[in-house]
Design a protein around this ligand. Structure first.
Ligand code: MG
Length: 112
């Protein structure tokens, strides 16, 4: 599946990377999912987030929410609109907690 992650609130909070992004993305990639980052702030912002999260090698692309390069099969977002539209998972917003493990819920759901 083509899995699209929102950036702000989903993967970052005030520039702090959400814990476990790399491990979760590695699991998804290992299960043949194609991981993308997208942002309403544009492709450049999504790409800088990929850099900050240390996941550049695990994502197939970074794009604007208005121009996904492939079919969106699964959206992960802290805001329900796109999840309702495409299907996916509405994640609890990241508040900067270093003990946050919410991203693992995405991997768990995609294991089923
Ligand atoms: Mg968001």
């Amino acid at each position: 599946m083509n899995v699209f992650f929102d950036v702000q609130g989903t993967l970052l909070c005030r520039g702090i990377p959400r814990p476990h992004a790399r491990e979760v993305f590695a699991e998804l990639a290992g299960a043949s999912h194609a991981v993308y980052l997208w942002s309403s702030a544009g492709a450049g912002y999504a790409a800088s987030a990929a850099e900050l999260l240390g996941v550049k090698d695990l994502v197939l692309g970074c794009c604007s929410k208005f121009a996904p390069p492939v079919t969106v099969d699964y959206a992960v977002d802290d805001y329900p609109d796109l999840v309702n539209h495409y299907g996916g998972y509405t994640i609890v917003p990241f508040d900067g907690d270093p003990g946050d493990r919410e991203l693992w819920k995405v991997a768990e759901r995609l294991r089923r």
